[in-house]
Design a protein around this ligand. Structure first.
Ligand code: NAD
Ligand code: DAU
Length: 371
């Protein structure tokens, strides 16, 4: 069982990182957590606002590619764990502009690894250390309808520039363990959903469009399949890996809930119809939603052009983490979707502000760049 108590958590102004730091500070209030985030369009310091007064918490705005900054943070705060969430994470953006995916996801990960090597394997450092890389099931490629779910031994066959950049980062992490003996671990997770998700990803986007009465875009046939995991369950899985996973280990984390995109969006429509339909207060707050007008939200669904190179199906086998670390996802999909939708209802100011400007600009220029 690891005794590490002081952590650098990168990318924690984003969705999963902010949920993770909230979870971690709650579980381990005596730990020190320094957050490093460059606050790209996807990062919002407000996502951590409730943690700012926590005595063990500190926020630093900076880039993971800044090796000197990372090294000085590790030394100054005597941090002996890194959990790397920082990334460009949206597949569509990696198709329209792959450049930043290379610099953050690949170069950034290598710079973090190098800073960790300099400090933790250099003179004067004693004690345990751990570099944890938060990765994705997309590194394994795409499955057909009847293929078995991805295990950790599945070959890497990334399809999109995003997936390829995450695959490269995983290889670098393993190389630092193998070559230098840096203590590392990797978790490959399926699609997350929950509070603080930037509303460009399917669930956040669908909810924000539902309450504004806007079209719900479904790529291609809508029959592509994803395995959905509530973000708190991801955080608990990473916790198990950090505390009990062996150095050099890789674990899949997933929800065991495979849905086609159209099934998922239809569930969200029906949920909005129920929640808004039953509440006068929500009808007044979201007058543009179809649910407030008594019209079924499913009529907002619009099939649009497919994503280039769109992976067909992801499904993830979590036997290893279940067996070795006693992990099980706890949140059923309907409960998780309801919790998430209610969170977006209650936090309109948050999603309106993150959507303003940067998101609209990107939608306007989609597929017009190609660096
Ligand atoms: P996100 O896009 O919501 O947040 C990414 C965060 O990283 C933002 O706060 C951003 O400001 C920060 N960041 C980006 N570039 C940076 C840089 N160069 N230096 C410092 N900070 C930088 O992402 P997310 O959905 O929370 O994903 C977090 C991690 O989990 C990513 O590594 C992603 O690949 C992985 N992952 C995501 C999912 C998912 O479903 N979202 C599933 C599996 C794995
Ligand atoms: O599998 C894990 C990955 O899940 C993470 O590594 C990525 O960071 C994360 O973004 C996510 O990637 P996806 O491409 O699967 O997620 P996204 O929410 O973009 O899309 C989910 C599915 O819905 C996918 O099949 C594309 C489709 N889609 C998406 C959007 C945004 C639509 O049909 N319409 C949409 O508007």
């Amino acid at each position: 069982m690891s005794q590490i108590q002081s952590w650098l958590v990168t990318g924690a102004a984003g969705c999963i990182g902010s949920n993770f730091v909230r979870y971690w500070c709650d579980q381990y209030p005596d730990n020190k957590v320094v957050v490093l985030d460059s606050l790209t369009y996807a990062g919002d310091r407000n996502s951590l606002a409730d943690l700012e007064t926590n005595p063990g918490f500190q926020f630093v705005q900076g880039d993971i590619t800044d090796h000197h900054l990372v090294e000085s943070l590790l030394r100054e705060h005597q941090l002996n764990g890194i959990v790397n969430f920082a990334a460009e994470s949206h597949v569509d953006r990696s198709i329209s502009g792959p450049g930043t995916f290379i610099s953050t996801n690949i170069v950034g990960t290598q710079r973090l690894l190098e800073a960790a090597r300099q400090v933790w394997l250099g003179d004067g450092f004693s004690g345990d250390h751990r570099f944890h890389q938060v990765s994705t099931d997309e590194v394994y490629g795409s499955l057909g309808d009847d293929d078995p779910a991805f295990t950790e031994d599945h070959s890497y066959q990334p399809s999109s520039p995003y997936a390829a950049s995450k695959a490269s980062a995983d290889h670098l992490v393993r190389s630092y363990q193998h070559t230098y003996g840096l203590h590392t671990s990797i978790s490959n997770c399926s699609n997350n959903y929950g509070p603080y998700q930037f509303p460009e990803k399917l669930i956040g986007l669908t909810i924000c469009n539902l309450v504004r009465g806007k079209a719900l875009p479904i790529y291609g046939t809508g029959k592509n399949i994803r395995d959905w995991l509530f973000v708190d369950d991801h955080c608990r899985g990473i916790d198990r890996v950090l505390r009990s996973g062996e150095p050099g280990c890789t674990y899949n984390i997933g929800g065991g809930t495979e849905l086609t995109n159209i099934e998922l969006v239809e569930r969200l429509c029906d949920l909005a119809d129920r929640l808004i339909g039953d509440s006068k207060e929500l009808q007044l707050r979201f007058p543009d939603s179809l649910a407030a007008k008594g019209v079924p939200s499913r009529s907002l669904i619009e099939f649009v052009s497919d994503r280039p190179g769109h992976d067909w199906r992801y499904a993830i086998d979590i036997s290893r983490i279940e067996r070795d670390l006693g992990y099980q996802p706890a949140t059923q999909i309907d409960a998780g979707l309801s919790l998430t939708m209610r969170w977006y209802f209650d936090n309109e100011a948050w999603w309106q502000s993150v959507m303003d400007g940067s998101y609209q600009q990107w939608i306007d220029t989609q597929y017009s760049t190609g660096d």
